[in-house]
Design a binder for this molecule. Structure first.
Ligand code: COA
Length: 159
């Protein structure tokens, strides 16, 4: 399967919403997710179809937060999520961002972030309303150092 990761365009917004719907992450605008800025999104395409999307928000000169990330259910487990997450981390490195925060709810996803992207747990946060997995009412806040991750990523065999 050939996966292409591209910067999102404004016309991709409806497709991004359809993908987020499959993960119950389409409640935008809402207190949990005030807006969706397509300029800070990447999309994953397979045969020209958008099958995944990932966003970020820069919160200060050196820090950013990931926003939404999801892949259509039929396309999960093919490395698309990893390619999207890697692309947004590289984009933030290029902007000089050093620390990246991610709120995640599903235990498998939290483990995945820790295993592949150097995240560590730094806290818990109650969800303001339903968003993501309806049976989980809190976010686990994760943090990773982009410079440390980048050093490992640049080593031969890690790309
Ligand atoms: C998280 C997500 C984007 C991963 O996408 P993907 O294309 O399947 O990811 P990859 O193929 O690159 O990697 C598969 C990995 O996902 C892990 N994973 C992450 N979240 C998972 C979940 N909710 N259920 C099952 N496996 C999950 C698997 O353990 C596997 O890990 P491995 O590579 O170490 O074996 C996808 O599961 C998804 O859309 N989940 C719902 C939305 C979500 O939770 N988004 C994150 C918000 S913080």
């Amino acid at each position: 399967m050939e996966i292409v990761i591209e910067k999102a365009r404004e016309k991709d917004i409806p497709d991004i919403f359809e993908i987020m719907k499959t993960a119950n992450m389409h409640h935008v605008p809402s207190p949990e997710m005030p807006d969706l800025d397509w300029r800070c999104f990447f999309v994953a395409k397979v045969d020209g179809r958008i099958v995944g999307a990932a966003g970020y928000r820069i919160t200060s000169g050196k820090e950013a937060k990931t926003t939404l990330l999801a892949v259509l259910p039929d396309f999960r487990k093919y490395g698309i999520g990893r390619a999207l997450q890697t692309r947004r981390m590289l984009a933030l490195c290029e902007k000089g961002i050093e620390m990246l925060i991610t709120n995640a709810d599903i235990p498998e996803t939290i483990d995945w972030y820790k295993r592949h992207f150097g995240y560590k747990e730094i806290g818990k946060l109650k969800k303001v309303h339903e968003f993501g997995r309806p049976d989980i009412d809190e976010w686990t806040t994760l943090q990773t150092s982009l410079s440390e991750w980048r050093q490992k990523y640049d080593q031969p065999g890690n790309k």
